[in-house]
Design a protein around this ligand. Structure first.
Ligand SMILES: C[S@@+](CC[C@H](N)C(=O)[O-])C[C@H]1O[C@@H](n2cnc3c(N)ncnc32)[C@H](O)[C@@H]1O
Length: 361
């Protein structure tokens, strides 16, 4: 039975129109957050406890005063900023960032940081025509065309910074011990590098070889590692992880939110088997065993990401497993079995977004 079964067509129309209007408004307001972030407006606001006028904010950021006034008024209307006196002259009103907003708008390591979401919205606009074409022809849309590398990396960064070493690694005592002893691990699909950087920081004697097929991601990862002071222990390499020539002898292999994106996930897992005799750790979306309708917010997020991003990315190569973001646990287990792994266990990690699998054998 569907969610609309007991409602009249009028109620359905009213509720749907209301929901989609709120969604459109939210998307537009999120883009204004992205603009504020790009211009450094939130950072300048955070530096002024007593508040700033649009003219002062424009001077502090090098932006145009009239545009900044428009942005400030919109941010106050959306309750993202406080305004002292709406009756004062428009250029003289003082705007402040409410205490607590810094974690959401300015701290890339905070679990509350949502600014990377703006990058996903921007990427939707960039690829919409290509998506329409792909949906008509059954083709794909290349990952590089989305221009979403920093948004993707930024979205997962707080989890890697805050939880990977402190909370996830204790569920892998053998790998934890190997890294403490100065071992080497590999990462497949490293993106802009935040997981490898977190590992390098958490294990000062360990080394990490991190592979990604996207050259722009690898360039960004190298820059991020250099800034974090760990570039000497991470090797970021442009490589296709389905390449049969990729071999190694690592203590273990990680694949963070990557397997569902691959046209040939079985080939990638075969590579993982060639890279280690230790555990292969797959972090992927925390989805249930079957379609749920209506679904909760995270499952809805994964479905939307699959429609707009992951399935078209995964269909760039032929043949393609055409997995999509909503990779069910049974699907991962089938891929692992096809790659030759004999044991797949769920790691005891509670997380709203992700599920963790340990592959062995
Ligand atoms: C969803 S992103 C995840 C990135 C990163 N692990 C994270 O959690 O932010 C998937 C990554 O897989 C990479 N990728 C896709 N196909 C690949 C392949 N065949 N070989 C290597 N990397 C690949 C993409 O370039 C992208 O960086």
């Amino acid at each position: 039975m569907t969610a609309t079964a007991h409602r009249t067509p009028e109620t359905v129309a009213e509720e749907l129109a209301g929901r989609l209007f709120e969604a459109g408004l939210g998307a537009m307001e999120l883009l204004t957050v992205g603009l504020g972030d790009r211009l450094g407006l939130y950072r300048a606001l955070a530096a002024e406890d007593a508040g700033v006028t649009p003219t002062e904010l424009a001077a502090a950021t090098g932006a145009d005063a009239r545009y900044v006034r428009e942005w400030c008024e919109q941010q106050a209307a959306a309750e993202f900023l406080d305004v002292d006196d709406t009756t004062a002259d428009a250029q003289d009103r003082r705007y402040t960032l409410p205490a607590g907003s810094e974690a959401v708008l300015l701290d890339p390591d905070s679990p509350a940081y949502v600014v990377p979401l703006t990058g996903f919205l921007e990427s939707g606009g960039r690829v919409m025509a290509a998506l329409e074409r792909a949906y008509r022809t059954g083709g794909g849309v290349p990952y590089a065309d989305y221009g979403v590398q920093h948004a993707q990396g930024g979205f997962n960064r707080p989890a890697f910074t805050g939880r990977l070493v402190a909370e996830w690694m204790p569920t892998l005592p053998d790998l934890d011990a190997a890294l403490r002893a100065g071992g080497a691990v590999a990462e497949m699909g490293c993106g802009v590098g935040w997981a490898a950087i977190a590992l390098a920081r958490g294990y000062p004697d360990a080394t990490i070889d991190a592979f990604d097929a996207d050259p722009a991601s690898i360039d960004a990862a190298r820059a991020n590692a250099a800034e974090a002071g760990v570039a000497d222990r991470i090797s970021f390499v442009v490589a296709d992880v389905t390449d049969p020539a990729l071999t190694g002898d690592y203590a273990g292999v990680f694949a963070f939110e990557t397997i569902h994106d691959l046209a040939d996930p079985v080939a990638a897992l075969q590579t993982a088997r060639r890279l280690t005799r230790g555990p292969v750790v797959v972090m992927d979306e925390n989805v249930g065993d079957d379609v749920v309708a209506p679904a909760g917010p995270f499952e809805r997020l994964f479905h939307a990401a699959s429609v707009l991003h992951c399935l078209p990315v995964g269909r760039c190569a032929e043949p393609s497993a055409a997995t999509g973001t909503v990779m069910r646990p049974a699907t991962l287990r089938r891929y692992a079995g096809d790659a030759g792994f004999t044991r797949v266990t769920d790691l005891p990690i509670e997380d709203a977004m992700f599920r963790f699998y340990r592959l062995e054998g």
